[in-house]
Design a protein around this ligand. Structure first.
Ligand code: SF4
Length: 650
């Protein structure tokens, strides 16, 4: 292996499944870096490749065969509907994919008519957000008005794809989703047993397609070294299946696994079976470990001088400084099928759509987080703790290089929390160079984002920001070391909104010591923030304790007791805990999500927040008095004055 590397062709692969609207940026960064160092580096996105293959006529026929062979007792509403409407799917789906790829806008008229695509069980979701407030027939009219023809068609087409994902799940692989795949086999799995067993089963249709795509990529690029990046647990099964295909057919190719999943979950791995698939597994920022590995493969560096790399024998970490963020080269999307990505519209909310609709060039303003204090966050890991900022000049060069390469002027800054000073400097430089871009990114809601800075950012092309409000409670924000208060978040988010910038808040429930009263009060704050026009979108996450976070390291400071350690040999991230408050947080999850879903569509902002926790489903024409009394009795009344946010803003 070491003496036969010749000209080292390197292929970076994105395994399924990631988002369908734009490439995940890890291979773009790696490929850009490797090319900047003179390597022959290519990249392939097998996530979009697999999705398009499943949605092709060939894919639909193969799915239909599997559905037709299902025994009666295994048929579901989704598979029955698909079988009944197969001919319509077969003839309409390819044109619909072309529409979602932006190649045939005129098809929007037919899709939006709702007489073109089959409408399976997922179309029932058109009713969900109405919740008795609007009639069924006017749901899309309400959301898109008379002019949003393209959006209306995109939403209908997205529901159609969701129906097909359900068919694949029910007929072929119960672990399938278009944005994550077989996630449970990898997320916090203490042993490799489940994943190994799954990898030992014969190929199902999804596996077979992935195998074919892998061999095609190998044939096209002829690599000697393949880097597979698994950002999330939902990419890990796909990553191992790709490596398995490579090892079975081209055993001399060196395979390497890296990415966010390894950086968080595989820090204490001792599982030898992983090396049946991968020759090496690297941790944290990939540039330095990769350079060391390439030198090793070329015979100029001994094995014991690898950097943050597992080999089949042991973990090697020869200490060498990481490549500075400004020296890591401009990311490149060269070689990725930029015209093939699908603009989807899952949610009828203008902010939420940014994640699934449109192509975004992904960049980071800085490596790591400048705050690195939040007690629920992985502040002890490199991707948070090593803060390294590129200069504005470097950032502008990268922006210009990506515009030249892709022709696209939309940018998503995928920082953990982009620093306000750097954003200000970037905005000024964008305006000076008259560089017209649209951009959005993740920030902390800190007070330096005042009215004038928000206006400057908007003038430079900022269209949206996302940030963590977590649990809207000053006591809990302090315990989290979030460094913000609810009133401050209200003022900052209002400044963004007044500048015309959309705001999405990451919200949390179930944090240590959180009581039922805290949860109800936090939802009341959130309601007031929506009502006051401070935020337009949000998402509730259930708090999970990770072994790398301050809560996981010092549970006693947060009033929780961790479950006994499992001594994992494979993944290790989430850890169970007991909170002395004893609150059943799961009982609140559905209500919180339902409230938020409706708030995002401007509905229910005048309701008492206790209404969302009603255990009985709402009737289409409003709730009965009896239901309201029951909800009121079970859930505590909020202690937050109804005008608290308005007063903070005043
Ligand atoms: S939660 Fe966000 S702001 Fe807090 S330390 Fe982590 S990355 Fe930084």
């Amino acid at each position: 292996m070491l003496s036969d590397m010749g000209e080292l062709r390197i292929l970076s692969i994105i395994p399924p499944m990631t988002q369908l609207n734009t490439p995940y940026p890890s291979t773009a960064y790696l490929t850009g870096f490797l090319r900047s160092r003179g390597f022959r580096a290519e990249q392939a996105d097998l996530s979009i490749g697999l999705a398009l293959k499943l949605l092709s006529v060939e894919g639909l026929r193969a799915i239909h065969e599997r559905v037709s062979a299902l025994p009666r007792e295994q048929q579901t509403a989704a598979t029955r509907f698909f079988a009944e409407h197969f001919e319509v799917y077969r003839t309409t789906l390819s044109p619909t994919i072309r529409f979602l790829q932006g190649r045939d806008a005129s098809l929007a008229h037919r899709i939006a008519s709702r007489h073109y695509l089959p409408e399976g069980p997922r179309f029932a979701s058109l009713d969900q957000y109405i919740d008795g407030e609007h009639g069924e027939g006017d749901a899309l009219d309400w959301a898109f008005g008379a002019l949003g023809l393209q959006d209306r068609a995109k939403h209908i087409a997205t529901l159609c794809l969701n129906d097909l994902a359900d068919v694949i799940r029910d007929a072929i692989d119960p672990r399938f989703e278009f944005v994550r795949y077989a996630e449970s086999l990898a997320a916090s799995q203490p042993t490799f047993d489940h994943l190994d067993a799954a990898l030992g089963t014969p190929h199902n249709l999804v596996d077979a397609f992935l195998h074919t795509l892998t061999l095609e990529a190998l044939s096209r690029h002829q690599p000697k070294l393949v880097l597979i990046t698994a950002p999330f647990p939902g990419n890990v099964y796909g990553a191992f299946r790709i490596a398995q295909s490579i090892k079975r057919t081209h055993p001399s190719i060196v395979t390497v696994l890296g990415g966010g999943y390894c950086n968080t979950e595989l820090r204490a791995m001792s599982e030898p079976r992983v090396f049946d698939y991968f020759d090496f597994v690297t941790l944290d920022a990939g540039e330095r470990p990769l350079l060391a590995l390439v030198e090793h493969l070329q015979g100029t560096r001994p094995l014991d001088r690898l950097v943050r790399t597992y080999t089949s024998e042991r973990y090697v970490d020869f200490k060498e400084p990481d490549i500075a963020f400004s020296d890591s080269g401009a990311p490149t999307y060269a070689g990725l099928p930029l015209d093939d990505y699908l603009s989807l519209l899952d949610m009828l909310n203008p902010m939420h759509r940014l994640w699934s609709d449109g192509r975004w060039n992904k960049l980071t303003v800085a490596h790591g987080c400048y705050w690195k204090k939040c007690s629920f966050c992985d502040v002890n890991l490199d991707y948070i703790s090593r803060y390294d900022l590129a200069t504005t000049g470097v950032l502008l060069d990268r922006i210009e290089s990506l515009i030249r390469e892709t022709g696209q002027t939309g940018f998503h800054f995928v920082d953990e929390a982009a620093p306000p000073k750097a954003l200000k400097s970037l905005a000024q430089a964008l305006l000076q160079r008259q560089l017209n871009i649209s951009w959005w990114g993740n920030i902390r809601f800190e007070k330096s984002f005042n009215t004038s800075l928000c206006q400057l950012l908007a003038d430079s092309g900022c269209i949206a920001v996302t940030g963590g409000l977590e649990v809207a409670s000053d006591r809990l924000l302090k315990l989290m070391k979030k460094g913000v208060s609810v009133a401050q978040v209200a003022r900052v988010t209002r400044a963004f909104s007044d500048a015309g910038i959309l705001v999405h808040a990451y919200l949390m429930y179930g944090f240590p010591t959180q009581t039922a009263q805290d949860t109800v009060d936090a939802l009341e704050y959130v309601r007031q923030l929506f009502a006051a026009g401070c935020i337009q979108s949000g998402f509730f996450h259930r708090f999970t304790c990770t072994v790398h976070s301050p809560v996981g390291k010092h549970p006693e400071e947060y009033g929780v007791t961790l479950s006994p350690p499992l001594h994992p040999t494979f993944a290790n991230n989430d850890i169970n805990f007991t909170d002395a408050t004893g609150v059943d947080h799961d009982a609140f999850g559905a209500g919180l999500r339902k409230a938020l879903y409706n708030y995002m569509h401007g509905i229910g902002l005048d309701l008492d927040v206790r209404e969302w926790f009603d255990p009985r489903p709402a009737s289409r024409h409003g709730r009965t008095k009896g239901t309201r009394r029951r909800a009121t009795r079970d859930v505590p009344r909020t202690t937050v004055p109804p005008d608290l946010i308005e007063r903070s803003l005043a």
